[in-house]
Design a protein around this ligand. Structure first.
Ligand code: HOZ
Length: 464
């Protein structure tokens, strides 16, 4: 059995979370076993579809069963079988400060003591909205919801209401949650499981979803030329992170801004993943584009279920009760969720001049090391990185769109994934997701990951 006995010196405000000496799993084929997780999964399969509450967690697409998590701390996940993993999934993005950050945990504990839900306004909601607005000046007004899916479907309804137009443009391989309108050539789990156009979405609904290839401004312009008077909005992941990671090419986002303005449509940035991740003010700060509407999720909730949408004051004023566009939620602005979001954003706000640079530096070190390991194994790999977000494609060509992502080797990724997991490093179980580095991932964790990657790339090479 390998042991990852290294400590983690995190950044300011992130304490040393030295692991407790639990073993990483034995390498696959050399006695690796997850007996308790397997038993739990068998039970789960009886009561939950696919044994999980969100599809990509089931690991079925990588030919196995998931480990069940017992707890997490800092950069580490601990499973029910006593194994420890360096976690690059980070709950699919929210945990930029790492798991169970003491300040966040204390804030939630303290809030819980004052009641878990009121269904009435609180000071924390106001403070969180103000913090969001400070980070994202384009979000002049904000509405809190419970998930990224709620945020995107609400933003789309608002865009349709504001423009009086039914259609919108999305990009193939972008994922905006699981509302009907967005499950058309959708990335993330929908692509992983081979259902990018889900059954159950009425054809009439899907007909209003126009799809263009990511990074293809000409295709967007053609749609506008043909149907401009019908198009309410363009929604885009400003850095695509649900088909692996695909950064926007030079001029793409600026081109979307220009075209939407020219045709009287709205530009919606889905920053559920990139918000507070690639910069404090998200991709719109990084690329200096001001969208009309923005959707947030993940980090804004500090690991609790929160989404948010917001944007131009004149648009947000149309949302009920100040306007007629209806949207509501019993648990919206939930006090526990607000406490976790506030604790996280306050830390990020305080450290924004250093934390993002440091996260990028660590991620760049990891990515450069992975590149070297892949080269040594003779494996063609693309490792696009934006800040502390990166992806791994087994591909000779740089990936610029969904077709490119689909053309990468899934089998090589599968082998890489399992070998890394067996060495105690947890990456997303699909190439159509992103890897996340948190403030709790120190140089020691990165070195351990790079040591494991040498073997994992050798395993991947067998598939190519
Ligand atoms: N759609 C999420 C990742 N992009 C998956 C979330 C989960 O399975 O927890």
């Amino acid at each position: 059995m390998t042991r990852n006995g290294c400590g983690t010196k995190g950044m300011e405000g992130v304490s040393d979370r030295s692991p407790d000496g639990l073993a990483a799993p034995a390498p696959c084929g050399a006695g690796a076993d997850w007996p308790r997780s397997r038993r739990l999964f068998e039970q789960a399969l009886q009561v939950m579809p696919g044994g999980v509450n969100s599809p990509v967690r089931a690991f079925q697409h990588v030919g196995g069963a998931p480990f069940f998590v017992a707890r997490a701390q800092g950069a580490y996940l601990y499973d029910e079988d006593g194994h420890r993993y360096i976690d690059y999934v980070c709950s699919w993005g929210p945990l930029i400060l790492g798991h169970a950050h003491p300040v966040v945990v204390e804030a939630v504990r303290e809030a819980a003591g004052r009641g878990t839900s009121y269904g009435a306004p609180t000071a924390a909601e106001v403070e969180l909205a103000e913090l969001v607005r400070r980070a994202f000046p384009s979000m002049e007004m904000v509405r809190m919801v419970n998930s990224g899916t709620e945020a995107t479907m609400s933003a789309l309804r608002l865009a349709r209401a504001a423009t009086g137009r039914p259609r919108f443009i999305k990009f193939s391989g972008n994922y905006h949650g699981h509302a009907d309108s967005f499950l058309v050539q959708a990335g993330s789990g929908a692509t992983t499981l081979g259902v990018p156009d889900s059954p159950g979405v009425p054809a009439a609904v899907a007909a209003d979803t126009l799809v263009a290839p990511y990074n293809d401004l000409d295709a967007v312009e053609t749609l506008f030329r043909q149907q401009g008077d019908q198009i309410a909005a363009v929604i885009v992941e400003p850095v695509a992170a649900n088909m692996g990671v695909v950064p926007p090419q030079e001029g793409f986002l600026a081109g979307l801004r220009r075209l939407t303005s020219q045709y009287g449509a709205l530009l919606i940035f889905d920053e559920v993943i990139t918000g507070f991740r690639v910069a404090f003010g998200g991709a719109q700060e990084l690329y200096k584009i001001r969208p009309d509407l923005t959707t947030l999720g993940k980090i804004v909730g500090g690991g609790l279920p929160v989404g948010a949408y917001g944007g131009r004051r004149d648009l947000m004023a149309k949302v009920a009760p100040s306007g007629p566009v209806y949207q509501a939620g019993t648990l919206a602005g939930n006090p526990l969720a607000m406490a976790a979001g506030l604790a996280t954003l306050r830390i990020l706000a305080e450290q924004k001049d250093t934390i993002y640079t440091e996260l990028s530096r660590r991620t760049a070190r990891l990515v450069a090391g992975l590149e070297r390991a892949a080269r040594a194994a003779g494996v063609p790999v693309q490792l696009p990185q934006v800040g502390s977000l990166f992806g791994i494609f087994f591909s000779r060509q740089p990936v610029r769109d969904y077709q490119g992502a689909l053309a990468s080797s899934g089998e090589a990724y599968r082998r890489f994934f399992w070998r890394m997991l067996a060495s105690g490093c947890y990456f997303a179980p699909s190439p159509f997701e992103a890897a996340f580095v948190s403030a709790a991932h120190g140089d020691a964790e990165i070195q351990t990951t790079l040591d494991a990657a040498r073997d994992a790339f050798q395993a991947a090479a067998e598939a190519l």
